[in-house]
Design a protein around this ligand. Structure first.
Ligand code: NAD
Length: 477
Protein backbone atom coordinates (compact mmCIF):
# COMPACT_ATOMS: atom_id res chain seq x y z
CA UNK A 1 0.00 0.00 0.00
CA UNK A 2 1.47 3.30 -1.08
CA UNK A 3 1.54 6.33 1.20
CA UNK A 4 0.93 9.84 -0.13
CA UNK A 5 1.73 13.11 1.63
CA UNK A 6 0.58 16.71 1.86
CA UNK A 7 2.23 19.24 -0.44
CA UNK A 8 2.96 22.35 1.64
CA UNK A 9 5.36 25.17 0.79
CA UNK A 10 6.88 23.08 -2.01
CA UNK A 11 7.58 20.08 0.24
CA UNK A 12 5.91 16.69 0.65
CA UNK A 13 5.10 16.22 4.33
CA UNK A 14 3.55 13.67 6.66
CA UNK A 15 0.85 15.10 8.88
CA UNK A 16 2.15 16.46 12.18
CA UNK A 17 0.04 13.93 14.11
CA UNK A 18 1.27 11.09 11.90
CA UNK A 19 -2.34 10.17 11.16
CA UNK A 20 -3.39 8.97 7.72
CA UNK A 21 -6.60 8.35 5.82
CA UNK A 22 -6.90 5.02 3.99
CA UNK A 23 -8.52 4.90 0.58
CA UNK A 24 -10.19 1.90 -1.02
CA UNK A 25 -11.10 0.84 -4.53
CA UNK A 26 -14.92 1.02 -4.73
CA UNK A 27 -14.95 -1.79 -7.31
CA UNK A 28 -13.18 -4.29 -5.04
CA UNK A 29 -13.40 -2.79 -1.52
CA UNK A 30 -9.62 -3.31 -1.22
CA UNK A 31 -7.44 -0.64 0.38
CA UNK A 32 -5.17 0.89 -2.28
CA UNK A 33 -3.36 3.67 -0.47
CA UNK A 34 -3.21 6.14 2.37
CA UNK A 35 -2.69 9.86 2.58
CA UNK A 36 -1.49 12.19 5.34
CA UNK A 37 -4.50 13.36 7.33
CA UNK A 38 -4.23 17.07 8.05
CA UNK A 39 -5.48 18.50 11.32
CA UNK A 40 -5.47 22.12 12.51
CA UNK A 41 -1.67 22.33 12.82
CA UNK A 42 -1.14 21.13 9.24
CA UNK A 43 -3.79 23.58 8.02
CA UNK A 44 -1.95 26.36 9.90
CA UNK A 45 1.26 25.42 8.06
CA UNK A 46 -0.46 25.44 4.66
CA UNK A 47 -2.19 28.76 5.31
CA UNK A 48 1.05 30.29 6.57
CA UNK A 49 2.83 29.12 3.40
CA UNK A 50 0.10 30.58 1.18
CA UNK A 51 0.04 33.85 3.12
CA UNK A 52 3.83 34.24 3.00
CA UNK A 53 3.89 33.53 -0.73
CA UNK A 54 1.12 36.07 -1.31
CA UNK A 55 2.91 38.73 0.74
CA UNK A 56 6.09 38.12 -1.31
CA UNK A 57 3.91 38.94 -4.34
CA UNK A 58 5.82 36.53 -6.60
CA UNK A 59 2.71 35.49 -8.52
CA UNK A 60 0.89 38.81 -8.28
CA UNK A 61 3.79 40.86 -9.57
CA UNK A 62 4.73 38.34 -12.24
CA UNK A 63 4.38 39.80 -15.71
CA UNK A 64 1.00 38.49 -16.98
CA UNK A 65 2.70 36.84 -19.96
CA UNK A 66 5.03 34.99 -17.59
CA UNK A 67 2.08 33.90 -15.46
CA UNK A 68 0.50 32.58 -18.66
CA UNK A 69 3.71 30.68 -19.46
CA UNK A 70 3.72 29.16 -15.98
CA UNK A 71 0.12 28.07 -16.43
CA UNK A 72 0.87 26.53 -19.82
CA UNK A 73 3.74 24.65 -18.20
CA UNK A 74 1.37 23.30 -15.53
CA UNK A 75 -1.00 22.22 -18.33
CA UNK A 76 1.87 20.47 -20.13
CA UNK A 77 2.91 18.60 -16.97
CA UNK A 78 -0.69 17.52 -16.31
CA UNK A 79 -1.05 16.20 -19.87
CA UNK A 80 2.22 14.28 -19.59
CA UNK A 81 0.94 12.27 -16.60
CA UNK A 82 -2.69 11.89 -17.63
CA UNK A 83 -2.41 8.17 -18.56
CA UNK A 84 -0.61 7.04 -15.44
CA UNK A 85 -2.44 9.44 -13.12
CA UNK A 86 -5.78 8.48 -14.65
CA UNK A 87 -5.17 4.89 -13.57
CA UNK A 88 -4.76 5.90 -9.94
CA UNK A 89 -7.84 8.13 -10.10
CA UNK A 90 -9.81 5.28 -11.71
CA UNK A 91 -8.81 2.95 -8.86
CA UNK A 92 -9.67 5.38 -6.07
CA UNK A 93 -12.85 6.84 -7.60
CA UNK A 94 -14.20 3.84 -9.49
CA UNK A 95 -15.06 5.75 -12.69
CA UNK A 96 -14.15 4.63 -16.22
CA UNK A 97 -10.45 4.79 -17.04
CA UNK A 98 -11.05 7.11 -20.02
CA UNK A 99 -12.99 9.51 -17.83
CA UNK A 100 -10.32 9.44 -15.13
CA UNK A 101 -7.55 10.17 -17.65
CA UNK A 102 -9.68 12.93 -19.12
CA UNK A 103 -9.88 14.69 -15.76
CA UNK A 104 -6.15 15.45 -16.05
CA UNK A 105 -6.63 16.69 -19.62
CA UNK A 106 -9.61 18.74 -18.45
CA UNK A 107 -7.55 20.30 -15.65
CA UNK A 108 -4.79 21.05 -18.20
CA UNK A 109 -7.37 22.70 -20.46
CA UNK A 110 -8.44 24.98 -17.61
CA UNK A 111 -4.83 26.11 -17.14
CA UNK A 112 -4.49 26.79 -20.87
CA UNK A 113 -7.82 28.62 -21.05
CA UNK A 114 -7.27 30.87 -18.03
CA UNK A 115 -3.57 31.21 -18.87
CA UNK A 116 -4.76 32.90 -22.07
CA UNK A 117 -6.64 35.48 -20.01
CA UNK A 118 -3.90 36.65 -17.60
CA UNK A 119 -3.14 39.70 -19.75
CA UNK A 120 -6.79 40.55 -20.31
CA UNK A 121 -7.76 41.31 -16.71
CA UNK A 122 -8.44 44.91 -17.55
CA UNK A 123 -9.77 47.69 -15.34
CA UNK A 124 -11.74 50.68 -16.52
CA UNK A 125 -11.14 54.38 -16.95
CA UNK A 126 -14.12 56.31 -15.55
CA UNK A 127 -14.93 59.89 -16.54
CA UNK A 128 -15.47 61.72 -13.22
CA UNK A 129 -14.56 65.32 -14.07
CA UNK A 130 -12.04 67.36 -16.02
CA UNK A 131 -9.74 67.59 -13.02
CA UNK A 132 -9.89 63.96 -11.88
CA UNK A 133 -8.34 60.89 -13.44
CA UNK A 134 -10.24 57.85 -12.23
CA UNK A 135 -9.55 54.19 -12.98
CA UNK A 136 -10.06 50.72 -11.59
CA UNK A 137 -7.53 47.94 -10.95
CA UNK A 138 -8.45 44.26 -10.49
CA UNK A 139 -6.61 42.62 -7.61
CA UNK A 140 -6.56 39.12 -6.10
CA UNK A 141 -8.07 38.50 -2.66
CA UNK A 142 -4.93 36.89 -1.21
CA UNK A 143 -5.23 33.44 0.35
CA UNK A 144 -7.93 31.37 -1.32
CA UNK A 145 -9.11 28.05 0.20
CA UNK A 146 -10.50 25.47 -2.25
CA UNK A 147 -12.60 22.61 -0.88
CA UNK A 148 -13.10 19.82 -3.41
CA UNK A 149 -15.66 16.97 -3.85
CA UNK A 150 -14.79 13.36 -4.69
CA UNK A 151 -16.81 12.82 -7.86
CA UNK A 152 -14.54 14.86 -10.21
CA UNK A 153 -11.64 15.76 -7.91
CA UNK A 154 -9.01 16.61 -10.53
CA UNK A 155 -11.35 18.49 -12.88
CA UNK A 156 -12.74 20.46 -9.93
CA UNK A 157 -9.26 21.37 -8.68
CA UNK A 158 -8.36 22.49 -12.21
CA UNK A 159 -11.55 24.54 -12.50
CA UNK A 160 -11.07 26.71 -9.44
CA UNK A 161 -7.28 26.61 -9.15
CA UNK A 162 -6.64 27.84 -12.70
CA UNK A 163 -8.80 30.91 -11.99
CA UNK A 164 -7.00 31.52 -8.71
CA UNK A 165 -3.55 31.28 -10.33
CA UNK A 166 -4.51 33.42 -13.33
CA UNK A 167 -5.64 36.16 -10.96
CA UNK A 168 -2.61 35.94 -8.62
CA UNK A 169 -4.20 34.38 -5.52
CA UNK A 170 -2.28 31.90 -3.36
CA UNK A 171 -4.19 28.73 -2.59
CA UNK A 172 -4.72 25.81 -0.26
CA UNK A 173 -6.54 22.88 -1.86
CA UNK A 174 -8.39 20.60 0.58
CA UNK A 175 -8.87 17.37 -1.35
CA UNK A 176 -11.78 15.00 -0.60
CA UNK A 177 -11.08 12.26 1.92
CA UNK A 178 -12.56 9.59 -0.38
CA UNK A 179 -10.39 10.38 -3.44
CA UNK A 180 -7.24 12.29 -2.43
CA UNK A 181 -4.50 10.12 -3.99
CA UNK A 182 -4.20 11.35 -7.59
CA UNK A 183 -4.22 14.94 -6.35
CA UNK A 184 -1.64 14.31 -3.60
CA UNK A 185 0.69 12.59 -6.06
CA UNK A 186 0.43 13.38 -9.77
CA UNK A 187 -1.30 16.74 -9.47
CA UNK A 188 1.08 18.03 -6.80
CA UNK A 189 4.08 16.75 -8.81
CA UNK A 190 2.86 18.57 -11.93
CA UNK A 191 2.60 21.81 -9.94
CA UNK A 192 6.07 21.26 -8.54
CA UNK A 193 7.68 20.34 -11.88
CA UNK A 194 6.13 23.36 -13.56
CA UNK A 195 8.10 25.56 -11.14
CA UNK A 196 5.20 27.18 -9.29
CA UNK A 197 6.70 29.46 -6.61
CA UNK A 198 6.83 27.68 -3.24
CA UNK A 199 3.80 28.14 -1.04
CA UNK A 200 1.66 29.53 -3.86
CA UNK A 201 -0.26 26.25 -4.24
CA UNK A 202 -0.59 23.87 -1.28
CA UNK A 203 -2.45 20.56 -1.37
CA UNK A 204 -3.67 18.86 1.79
CA UNK A 205 -6.20 16.19 2.66
CA UNK A 206 -8.20 15.85 5.84
CA UNK A 207 -11.74 15.22 7.01
CA UNK A 208 -14.32 17.84 6.07
CA UNK A 209 -15.60 18.57 9.55
CA UNK A 210 -12.03 18.86 10.88
CA UNK A 211 -9.43 20.17 8.40
CA UNK A 212 -12.11 21.51 6.02
CA UNK A 213 -14.04 23.40 8.68
CA UNK A 214 -10.86 24.77 10.27
CA UNK A 215 -9.46 25.86 6.90
CA UNK A 216 -12.50 27.85 5.77
CA UNK A 217 -12.77 29.60 9.14
CA UNK A 218 -9.03 30.34 9.38
CA UNK A 219 -8.45 34.07 10.04
CA UNK A 220 -5.80 34.31 7.29
CA UNK A 221 -8.03 32.87 4.57
CA UNK A 222 -9.49 35.71 2.49
CA UNK A 223 -11.57 33.82 -0.08
CA UNK A 224 -13.26 30.42 -0.42
CA UNK A 225 -14.05 28.31 -3.48
CA UNK A 226 -16.27 25.40 -2.51
CA UNK A 227 -17.73 22.60 -4.63
CA UNK A 228 -19.86 20.01 -2.88
CA UNK A 229 -23.25 19.30 -1.37
CA UNK A 230 -25.88 21.82 -0.34
CA UNK A 231 -25.69 21.05 3.42
CA UNK A 232 -21.90 21.54 3.46
CA UNK A 233 -22.23 24.58 1.18
CA UNK A 234 -24.49 26.21 3.76
CA UNK A 235 -21.87 25.59 6.49
CA UNK A 236 -19.23 27.13 4.22
CA UNK A 237 -21.40 30.20 3.69
CA UNK A 238 -21.84 30.56 7.47
CA UNK A 239 -18.06 30.37 7.90
CA UNK A 240 -17.58 32.98 5.16
CA UNK A 241 -20.25 35.22 6.69
CA UNK A 242 -18.58 35.03 10.12
CA UNK A 243 -15.48 36.59 8.57
CA UNK A 244 -17.30 38.63 5.89
CA UNK A 245 -15.24 37.10 3.08
CA UNK A 246 -16.45 36.04 -0.37
CA UNK A 247 -17.24 32.40 -1.18
CA UNK A 248 -17.85 30.79 -4.56
CA UNK A 249 -20.25 27.89 -3.92
CA UNK A 250 -21.07 25.25 -6.53
CA UNK A 251 -23.54 22.77 -5.09
CA UNK A 252 -25.80 19.84 -5.92
CA UNK A 253 -28.76 19.44 -8.23
CA UNK A 254 -31.98 17.60 -9.06
CA UNK A 255 -32.06 18.42 -12.74
CA UNK A 256 -35.00 17.61 -15.01
CA UNK A 257 -35.20 17.09 -18.74
CA UNK A 258 -38.55 17.78 -20.39
CA UNK A 259 -39.42 15.39 -23.22
CA UNK A 260 -41.95 16.92 -25.64
CA UNK A 261 -44.17 14.77 -27.92
CA UNK A 262 -42.02 15.58 -30.98
CA UNK A 263 -38.68 14.72 -29.29
CA UNK A 264 -36.14 12.37 -30.84
CA UNK A 265 -36.33 9.71 -28.13
CA UNK A 266 -32.94 8.23 -29.06
CA UNK A 267 -31.35 11.53 -28.08
CA UNK A 268 -33.00 11.23 -24.67
CA UNK A 269 -31.74 7.66 -24.29
CA UNK A 270 -28.19 8.63 -25.33
CA UNK A 271 -28.26 11.43 -22.79
CA UNK A 272 -29.45 9.06 -20.04
CA UNK A 273 -26.52 6.73 -20.74
CA UNK A 274 -23.96 9.37 -19.80
CA UNK A 275 -25.95 11.85 -17.73
CA UNK A 276 -27.51 9.53 -15.15
CA UNK A 277 -26.04 6.03 -15.60
CA UNK A 278 -22.48 7.25 -16.36
CA UNK A 279 -20.19 7.70 -13.32
CA UNK A 280 -22.97 5.78 -11.50
CA UNK A 281 -25.06 8.94 -11.56
CA UNK A 282 -22.62 10.76 -9.26
CA UNK A 283 -22.76 13.95 -11.28
CA UNK A 284 -23.86 17.30 -9.85
CA UNK A 285 -25.86 18.13 -12.98
CA UNK A 286 -27.14 14.56 -13.49
CA UNK A 287 -30.32 14.19 -15.55
CA UNK A 288 -32.04 12.59 -12.57
CA UNK A 289 -35.64 13.40 -13.57
CA UNK A 290 -37.35 13.10 -16.94
CA UNK A 291 -40.66 14.92 -17.29
CA UNK A 292 -42.20 13.07 -20.23
CA UNK A 293 -45.29 13.81 -22.32
CA UNK A 294 -47.99 11.17 -21.84
CA UNK A 295 -48.08 10.38 -25.59
CA UNK A 296 -44.44 9.20 -25.71
CA UNK A 297 -43.91 8.00 -22.17
CA UNK A 298 -44.40 4.25 -22.72
CA UNK A 299 -42.18 4.21 -25.82
CA UNK A 300 -39.43 6.11 -24.01
CA UNK A 301 -39.61 3.89 -20.93
CA UNK A 302 -39.24 0.80 -23.14
CA UNK A 303 -36.17 2.31 -24.81
CA UNK A 304 -34.66 3.22 -21.43
CA UNK A 305 -35.24 -0.29 -20.10
CA UNK A 306 -33.51 -1.72 -23.20
CA UNK A 307 -30.63 0.68 -22.60
CA UNK A 308 -30.14 -0.54 -19.03
CA UNK A 309 -30.12 -4.16 -20.29
CA UNK A 310 -27.35 -3.31 -22.77
CA UNK A 311 -25.03 -1.70 -20.22
CA UNK A 312 -22.02 -3.68 -19.03
CA UNK A 313 -21.23 -3.36 -15.34
CA UNK A 314 -17.77 -3.64 -13.83
CA UNK A 315 -14.66 -1.85 -12.59
CA UNK A 316 -13.76 1.26 -14.58
CA UNK A 317 -10.47 -0.28 -15.71
CA UNK A 318 -12.12 -3.27 -17.45
CA UNK A 319 -12.62 -3.22 -21.23
CA UNK A 320 -16.10 -2.39 -22.51
CA UNK A 321 -17.60 -1.40 -19.15
CA UNK A 322 -20.35 1.26 -19.11
CA UNK A 323 -21.47 1.26 -15.48
CA UNK A 324 -19.13 1.58 -12.54
CA UNK A 325 -19.60 1.46 -8.75
CA UNK A 326 -20.70 4.26 -6.48
CA UNK A 327 -17.99 5.67 -4.26
CA UNK A 328 -18.59 3.92 -0.91
CA UNK A 329 -20.68 1.55 1.14
CA UNK A 330 -22.41 4.57 2.70
CA UNK A 331 -23.30 5.92 -0.71
CA UNK A 332 -24.54 2.49 -1.84
CA UNK A 333 -26.83 2.26 1.19
CA UNK A 334 -28.05 5.81 0.61
CA UNK A 335 -28.93 5.08 -3.04
CA UNK A 336 -30.59 1.80 -2.07
CA UNK A 337 -32.64 3.63 0.57
CA UNK A 338 -33.84 6.20 -1.98
CA UNK A 339 -34.85 3.52 -4.51
CA UNK A 340 -36.72 1.63 -1.80
CA UNK A 341 -38.51 4.77 -0.64
CA UNK A 342 -39.61 5.51 -4.22
CA UNK A 343 -40.99 2.02 -4.68
CA UNK A 344 -42.77 2.13 -1.31
CA UNK A 345 -44.30 5.47 -2.30
CA UNK A 346 -45.80 3.97 -5.48
CA UNK A 347 -43.09 4.25 -8.14
CA UNK A 348 -42.46 1.22 -10.32
CA UNK A 349 -38.87 0.01 -10.80
CA UNK A 350 -39.10 -0.95 -14.49
CA UNK A 351 -35.33 -1.47 -14.48
CA UNK A 352 -32.94 -2.09 -11.59
CA UNK A 353 -33.85 -0.95 -8.10
CA UNK A 354 -31.26 -2.69 -5.97
CA UNK A 355 -27.55 -3.23 -5.31
CA UNK A 356 -25.74 -5.97 -7.23
CA UNK A 357 -24.95 -9.10 -5.29
CA UNK A 358 -21.21 -8.85 -5.88
CA UNK A 359 -18.06 -7.40 -4.32
CA UNK A 360 -17.82 -3.64 -4.69
CA UNK A 361 -20.37 -0.86 -4.36
CA UNK A 362 -22.38 -1.53 -7.51
CA UNK A 363 -25.99 -0.39 -7.88
CA UNK A 364 -28.21 -1.39 -10.79
CA UNK A 365 -29.00 1.24 -13.42
CA UNK A 366 -32.50 2.05 -12.28
CA UNK A 367 -35.53 3.52 -14.03
CA UNK A 368 -38.41 4.46 -11.72
CA UNK A 369 -41.66 4.94 -13.62
CA UNK A 370 -44.85 6.54 -12.22
CA UNK A 371 -42.91 8.95 -10.02
CA UNK A 372 -44.79 11.98 -8.72
CA UNK A 373 -43.30 15.26 -7.55
CA UNK A 374 -44.25 14.69 -3.92
CA UNK A 375 -42.01 11.61 -3.65
CA UNK A 376 -38.60 11.95 -2.00
CA UNK A 377 -36.94 10.39 -5.09
CA UNK A 378 -38.24 13.34 -7.12
CA UNK A 379 -37.09 15.97 -4.63
CA UNK A 380 -33.71 14.97 -3.16
CA UNK A 381 -30.34 14.54 -4.84
CA UNK A 382 -29.77 10.76 -4.92
CA UNK A 383 -26.28 10.86 -6.45
CA UNK A 384 -26.68 7.37 -7.88
CA UNK A 385 -27.81 5.71 -11.14
CA UNK A 386 -31.52 6.30 -10.56
CA UNK A 387 -33.72 7.99 -13.15
CA UNK A 388 -37.23 9.13 -12.16
CA UNK A 389 -39.92 9.34 -14.86
CA UNK A 390 -42.71 11.85 -14.26
CA UNK A 391 -45.58 12.11 -16.74
CA UNK A 392 -47.21 15.38 -17.89
CA UNK A 393 -49.90 16.50 -20.33
CA UNK A 394 -49.63 20.31 -20.76
CA UNK A 395 -46.53 22.44 -21.42
CA UNK A 396 -47.08 24.68 -18.38
CA UNK A 397 -47.45 21.59 -16.18
CA UNK A 398 -44.05 20.28 -17.41
CA UNK A 399 -42.34 23.57 -16.61
CA UNK A 400 -43.97 23.67 -13.19
CA UNK A 401 -42.77 20.13 -12.39
CA UNK A 402 -39.23 20.81 -13.65
CA UNK A 403 -39.01 24.00 -11.57
CA UNK A 404 -40.62 22.47 -8.47
CA UNK A 405 -37.32 21.87 -6.69
CA UNK A 406 -35.02 23.67 -4.27
CA UNK A 407 -32.20 23.08 -6.74
CA UNK A 408 -31.46 24.87 -10.02
CA UNK A 409 -28.21 23.56 -11.46
CA UNK A 410 -29.27 22.29 -14.90
CA UNK A 411 -32.35 21.49 -16.94
CA UNK A 412 -32.94 20.04 -20.38
CA UNK A 413 -35.40 20.21 -23.23
CA UNK A 414 -35.91 17.52 -25.86
CA UNK A 415 -37.94 18.74 -28.85
CA UNK A 416 -37.63 19.34 -32.59
CA UNK A 417 -39.31 22.72 -32.29
CA UNK A 418 -37.02 25.70 -31.88
CA UNK A 419 -39.95 27.73 -30.56
CA UNK A 420 -40.71 25.15 -27.91
CA UNK A 421 -37.02 24.85 -26.96
CA UNK A 422 -36.61 28.61 -26.65
CA UNK A 423 -39.84 29.08 -24.71
CA UNK A 424 -38.94 26.32 -22.26
CA UNK A 425 -35.33 27.55 -21.90
CA UNK A 426 -36.66 30.98 -20.92
CA UNK A 427 -39.01 29.49 -18.33
CA UNK A 428 -36.71 26.92 -16.70
CA UNK A 429 -35.02 28.00 -13.47
CA UNK A 430 -31.49 26.64 -13.83
CA UNK A 431 -27.95 27.86 -14.45
CA UNK A 432 -27.56 25.81 -17.62
CA UNK A 433 -30.12 24.57 -20.10
CA UNK A 434 -29.31 21.74 -22.48
CA UNK A 435 -31.36 21.27 -25.64
CA UNK A 436 -31.53 17.82 -27.31
CA UNK A 437 -28.48 16.61 -25.43
CA UNK A 438 -26.96 16.88 -21.95
CA UNK A 439 -23.59 18.50 -21.04
CA UNK A 440 -23.36 20.73 -24.10
CA UNK A 441 -21.15 23.31 -22.36
CA UNK A 442 -17.37 23.67 -22.28
CA UNK A 443 -14.68 25.30 -20.20
CA UNK A 444 -15.59 28.58 -21.89
CA UNK A 445 -19.27 28.51 -20.84
CA UNK A 446 -20.28 29.83 -17.40
CA UNK A 447 -21.42 27.09 -15.01
CA UNK A 448 -23.32 27.41 -11.76
CA UNK A 449 -26.62 27.13 -9.99
CA UNK A 450 -29.90 28.92 -9.46
CA UNK A 451 -31.65 28.60 -6.09
CA UNK A 452 -29.87 26.28 -3.61
CA UNK A 453 -27.50 24.91 -6.26
CA UNK A 454 -25.17 27.76 -5.42
CA UNK A 455 -24.16 31.11 -6.80
CA UNK A 456 -21.28 32.81 -8.52
CA UNK A 457 -20.14 31.07 -11.68
CA UNK A 458 -17.20 28.83 -12.46
CA UNK A 459 -15.88 28.34 -16.02
CA UNK A 460 -15.76 30.93 -18.77
CA UNK A 461 -14.48 34.48 -18.44
CA UNK A 462 -17.27 35.18 -15.94
CA UNK A 463 -15.55 33.00 -13.30
CA UNK A 464 -12.53 35.30 -13.04
CA UNK A 465 -14.72 37.99 -11.49
CA UNK A 466 -15.17 35.79 -8.41
CA UNK A 467 -11.42 35.65 -7.82
CA UNK A 468 -10.73 39.38 -8.16
CA UNK A 469 -11.66 42.47 -6.21
CA UNK A 470 -11.95 45.93 -7.72
CA UNK A 471 -9.90 48.87 -6.52
CA UNK A 472 -10.88 52.34 -7.67
CA UNK A 473 -8.18 55.03 -7.90
CA UNK A 474 -9.08 58.73 -8.20
CA UNK A 475 -6.36 61.30 -8.95
CA UNK A 476 -7.07 64.98 -8.45
CA UNK A 477 -5.11 66.88 -11.06
P1 NAD B 1 -19.56 17.17 0.51
O1 NAD B 1 -20.29 18.44 0.68
O2 NAD B 1 -19.85 16.07 1.45
O3 NAD B 1 -17.99 17.40 0.59
C1 NAD B 1 -17.32 18.27 -0.28
C2 NAD B 1 -16.02 18.69 0.35
O4 NAD B 1 -16.32 19.45 1.53
C3 NAD B 1 -15.12 17.54 0.82
O5 NAD B 1 -13.77 17.87 0.56
C4 NAD B 1 -15.38 17.49 2.31
O6 NAD B 1 -14.30 16.96 3.04
C5 NAD B 1 -15.57 18.95 2.63
N1 NAD B 1 -16.34 19.24 3.85
C6 NAD B 1 -17.30 18.48 4.43
N2 NAD B 1 -17.77 19.10 5.54
C7 NAD B 1 -17.10 20.27 5.63
C8 NAD B 1 -17.16 21.36 6.53
N3 NAD B 1 -17.99 21.38 7.59
N4 NAD B 1 -16.35 22.42 6.32
C9 NAD B 1 -15.51 22.44 5.27
N5 NAD B 1 -15.40 21.43 4.38
C10 NAD B 1 -16.20 20.37 4.56
O7 NAD B 1 -19.79 16.71 -1.00
P2 NAD B 1 -19.28 15.39 -1.70
O8 NAD B 1 -20.09 14.25 -1.20
O9 NAD B 1 -17.79 15.31 -1.63
O10 NAD B 1 -19.61 15.70 -3.23
C11 NAD B 1 -20.85 15.47 -3.78
C12 NAD B 1 -21.65 16.74 -3.83
O11 NAD B 1 -20.94 17.73 -4.58
C13 NAD B 1 -22.97 16.55 -4.57
O12 NAD B 1 -23.98 17.24 -3.89
C14 NAD B 1 -22.69 17.16 -5.93
O13 NAD B 1 -23.87 17.58 -6.60
C15 NAD B 1 -21.80 18.30 -5.58
N6 NAD B 1 -20.99 18.75 -6.73
C16 NAD B 1 -21.30 19.96 -7.29
C17 NAD B 1 -20.60 20.39 -8.43
C18 NAD B 1 -20.91 21.70 -9.09
O14 NAD B 1 -20.11 22.16 -9.90
N7 NAD B 1 -22.03 22.32 -8.80
C19 NAD B 1 -19.55 19.59 -8.94
C20 NAD B 1 -19.27 18.37 -8.32
C21 NAD B 1 -19.99 17.97 -7.20
Amino acid sequence: MKKYQSYINGKWLDSISGKTITVDNPATEEVIGEVSCANNSDVDLAVEAAKTSFLKRTLVDMNPMDRAKLMRKIAEELRKVSKEAGKLLCYENGKLLDGAEYEFIDAANYFDYYGGLTDKLEGQSIPVSKSVVDYTILEPYGVSAHVIPWNYPISMIGRSLACAVATGNSTIIKTPELTPLAAASFFAQAIDKAGVPKGTINIICGYGDEAGAYLVSHPDVNHIAFTGSVPTGKKILHAAADKAIPAVVELGGKSAGIVYPDADLDKVVNSAKTAVFGVAGQICSAMSRLVVHKSVKDELVEKLVNLTKSLKVGPGYEEGVDCTPVISKNQLEKVEGYARSGIQAGAEAVAGGKAYDRKGYFFESTVLDKVTQDMTVAREEIFGPVLSIIEYEEHEEAIKIANDTDYGLAAGVFTNSIDQATRASNQLEAGQIYVNSWFTGSIATPFGGYKQSGYSREKGQQALKSYLQVKNVGIQL
